[in-house]
Design a protein. Structure first.
Length: 145
């Protein structure tokens, strides 16, 4: 058995419209939206009565995808946005950008907050972590040279 590819990363959000706007501002494209419910959804999740709306976002190159999920039933469990970057579990979602300063400036009005600061790593990259929708950490990397 060999995997074929990583299909997507899924993020549960409380405000689907705001999350879509955040990732569109970053440069992702809305691939599609759909309500999702039914017996097979309940069974795969191990929860009865699931009703969600999803928005599938994709990177401009078409290779990366991000599923944004808004739970209507049952209600989503509150996240812990104050969690530090060293907490166990999914750490961050990283995107390569061509201008990190412009990307940060464009995301701040969409609720992004810098976790630390924009830094230069050796002569290779400028990097930063932002707290994005639902408290997730969005990492940005601008390759230098």
């Amino acid at each position: 058995m060999t995997i074929q590819r990583m299909d997507h990363v899924s993020v549960v959000v409380d405000d689907l419209e705001a999350a879509k706007a955040f990732f569109v501002q970053l440069g992702m494209e809305l691939e599609g939206e759909a309500p999702v419910a039914g017996e097979s959804v309940d069974r795969v999740n191990g929860i009865d009565g699931i009703r969600v709306d999803i928005a599938m976002m994709r990177t401009p190159d078409g290779h990366g995808r991000l599923e944004l999920t808004k739970f209507h039933h049952p209600q989503a469990v509150e996240s812990q946005p104050e969690n530090a970057p060293n907490i166990l579990g999914l750490r961050s979602i990283m995107f390569a950008v061509d201008d990190i300063d412009a990307a940060v400036a464009g995301l701040l009005p969409h609720g992004a907050e810098l976790v630390g600061e924009v830094v230069q790593y050796e002569d290779s990259y400028r990097l930063c972590y932002l707290r994005g929708p639902a408290g997730i950490i969005v990492a940005l990397a601008e390759q230098l040279g």
